[in-house]
Design a protein around this ligand. Structure first.
Ligand code: ATP
Length: 426
């Protein structure tokens, strides 16, 4: 069987690598892929992005199904286009992708369906936005309405920061069209976790729990990024929190989308804030797997991912189960110089093979040159995953592997998974 994965990040490397482990799979094409997917057995990069070209390719190669990694092609309607061409594809439609691509849509949806989330208002007029913030006080959270790759959110601890963020987004055009509307919401406190499930329109198959680290620096300091590391499982999601997240957030979302005539299929990701009482609130929805959560979660999946996707495409997710290794996985992101601003490209990366002997190196922003060297080619460059009998052992493995890798300007956090380690010690 031949499959196609759309995307070029660490998430897509991990998904394609996992699909390729299936004995049923002959080749997983990755469009466009990166230097890591190019080097992996059974994986082959193809340099196509236009939907028409991809559809023609799938027909010619008789691709059994396509799996979409990132949000941009989903928001651009790749699932709609493939379905119209009669080709199996796992992901959500353009309409359903609004859960992620418009924060205003997501907030209005949650309000309508009684899904717990922070109170909010949406603004296009700068004066009204400033008035609202003045009235609410700080801390307060200012979000660009549209897709901004994790960088369109300002958690303003002071009113000055809040006013500046409003001006940047609505007047300064800092986020382009994504920031022509802003959502302003109450500041929530607690611990965050990622709750990711597969959805076939009706049934839900939960993936293992995980926790991302969005800030650039140790101790959750510095600017927000696409994610600097993740681990799975996340002990903050206790069995009680898990039940509540399923019953109060995930299931009402899937049912609510169906009731609103926008059926959801694909990976659904709820970013949770879990307060001190164990109540989960929805910070955001993503309509795809998380990056870097995919890398540790796929490292723990003990089931054949092909079977799970095929069950989802047949709308029979209720007939399958996902088995997870009884180990913890910790993934540490190695980012380029000057990430998340303007990351430098072209630095030579060394030590990948040595790191792969200890853990698993998933590539993101990498490219190979004619001499066969691997170079940095994006903000987040690699994600190194270690598995261990407990979270401390998994963390040690991940950092031992990451320690083998070097490139100029490499940035990494040293405290990935420490929250879980502290929780275990309590
Ligand atoms: P990404 O696409 O990377 O997942 P995003 O741009 O969709 O991110 P959000 O997830 O909404 O942005 O917010 C980014 C981060 O800002 C959150 O992970 C959280 O740490 C913080 N944040 C967002 N909303 C709130 C809130 N209401 N209260 C406190 N912190 C928040």
């Amino acid at each position: 069987m031949k499959l196609l994965v759309i995307g070029n990040g660490g998430r897509e490397h991990a998904l394609a690598w996992k699909l390729a482990q299936s004995p049923k799979v002959e080749t997983v094409f990755v469009a466009p892929g990166n230097a890591g997917t190019a080097a992996e057995p059974k994986l082959r990069n193809i340099a196509l992005t236009a939907h028409d070209d991809l559809i023609r390719f799938c027909r010619d190669e008789q691709v059994a199904f396509t799996l979409v990694g990132p949000e941009a092609p989903l928001a651009a309607g790749i699932v709609d286009d493939f379905r119209a061409a009669g080709l199996p594809i796992f992901g959500c439609t353009k309409a359903a992708a609004q859960l992620e691509s418009s924060k205003d849509f997501a907030k209005a949806f949650m309000q309508k369906h009684g899904i717990p989330t922070a109170q909010y208002r949406t603004f296009e007029q700068v004066d009204a936005a400033h008035d609202y913030v003045r009235q609410k006080g700080a801390p307060i959270v200012i979000k660009a309405d549209g897709l901004a790759a994790g960088k369109g959110v300002v958690v303003a601890m002071t009113l000055d920061e809040a006013h500046a963020a409003i001006d940047d987004m609505l007047l300064g055009n800092k986020m382009g069209s994504a920031g022509s509307r802003v959502v302003i919401e109450d500041y929530l406190t607690g611990e965050e976790a990622s709750f990711i499930v597969m959805v076939d329109g009706e049934h839900v198959l939960p993936m293992a729990t995980s926790q991302d680290h969005k800030r650039l620096l140790d101790g959750d300091q510095g600017p927000n990024t696409g994610g600097m590391g993740a681990y799975s499982p996340a002990p903050v999601v206790t069995p009680a929190v898990y039940e509540r997240a399923m019953n109060e957030i995930i299931l009402p979302t899937v049912r609510g989308m169906k009731a609103d005539g926008i059926e959801f299929t694909g990976f659904l990701y709820a970013g949770l804030m879990i307060d001190a009482s164990g109540a989960p609130f929805t910070i955001e929805f993503n309509c795809r797997f998380g990056d870097p959560e995919t890398q540790p979660i796929m490292s723990r999946l003990d089931s054949d991912l092909v079977d799970l996707v095929q069950a989802a495409l047949a709308r029979k997710l209720d007939t399958v189960q996902a088995k997870w290794k009884n180990e913890t996985a910790v993934g540490v992101v190695l980012a380029a110089h000057n990430y998340p601003e303007t990351p430098r490209k072209g630095d030579v990366i060394g030590g990948i093979e040595a790191a792969d002997q200890i853990g698993k190196v998933f590539h993101a922003g990498t490219a190979a040159n004619e001499q066969g060297e691997v170079l940095t080619n994006g903000g987040r460059v690699l994600c190194v995953v270690g598995l261990g009998a407990d979270v401390a052992k998994a963390k040690a493995k991940a950092y031992e592997a990451a320690g083998k890798i070097h490139f100029d300007g490499m940035q990494l956090r040293r405290d990935i998974a420490d929250k879980a380690i502290r929780r275990q010690a309590d």
